[in-house]
Design a protein around this ligand. Structure first.
Ligand code: NI
Length: 221
């Protein structure tokens, strides 16, 4: 990325991305607030908008194995969508997830950390196999066809879009692009149902507390 046009483009992209994330954050926080009040006050069945986060998916893991959401049942799942070429937010959040699991001690065995690539064009199985080695040893990375990834993102309410950038000289390089994407970390229960959403930048120790609470509340495998 160089030159005035590239810089302007990047800034515009960042602003648009921040706005989208802000709206998405508000949406999720509102949903969580809804769930809390419904569960505590009215005694209504707590099937709220939260039920719309999570659902069926069909992807390939970083060992080349075909997997679906059913392969993750029976354990909590800490799931994050991003892409390996992301230099900032994705690695930081994946590191926080790793920290959270480290702090859980033996309870970490009840949680499966999962990274879903939103960039299947570049994030092949081989790329993901290499990438996971930077993070928690039990991290599972998933990719798939463009259609499979789009379907998985949709069931988790994840926004993503490719943003073209231009290399020096202005020639378009088809491999040179960024992905705008939502960066929530979702905690799903052993039943595959939504439990919590953590904002991008959430500290690992905060996630640890919440995950421990969920496990101790009896949602174990
Ligand atoms: Ni990212």
């Amino acid at each position: 990325m160089s030159g005035g046009t590239g810089k302007t483009r990047l800034i515009v992209t960042a602003i648009v991305g921040a706005l989208v994330l802000g709206v998405a954050a508000r949406f999720v926080v509102d949903r969580i607030a809804d769930k809390g009040s419904a569960g505590v006050d009215s005694g209504k069945v707590t099937v709220s908008g939260d039920a719309r986060i999570g659902g069926p998916f069909s992807l390939t893991d970083h060992t080349g194995r075909a997997v679906t959401e059913r392969d993750f049942r029976g354990a909590f799942m800490l799931i994050y969508f991003g892409y390996t070429s992301c230099t900032d937010v994705c690695p930081a959040d994946l590191q926080s997830m790793s920290d959270a699991l480290d702090s859980l001690g033996p309870l970490a065995d009840r949680v499966r950390p999962v990274f879903v690539s939103l960039d299947p064009e570049r994030d092949t199985v081989a790329v993901l196999a290499d990438y996971v080695s930077n993070f928690h040893p039990r991290l599972v990375a998933l990719t798939g066809t463009a259609a499979q990834v789009a379907a998985a993102a949709k069931v988790f309410g994840i926004y993503f879009a490719k943003v073209r950038s231009r290399s020096a000289g202005g020639a378009a390089d088809p491999r040179n692009y960024l992905m705008n994407h939502s960066s929530f970390i979702y905690l799903m229960g052993p039943d595959g149902k939504f439990r919590a959403a953590f904002r991008p930048g959430t500290a690992g120790k905060f996630m640890t507390r919440r995950i421990r609470d969920e496990i101790e509340a009896g949602g174990g495998a």
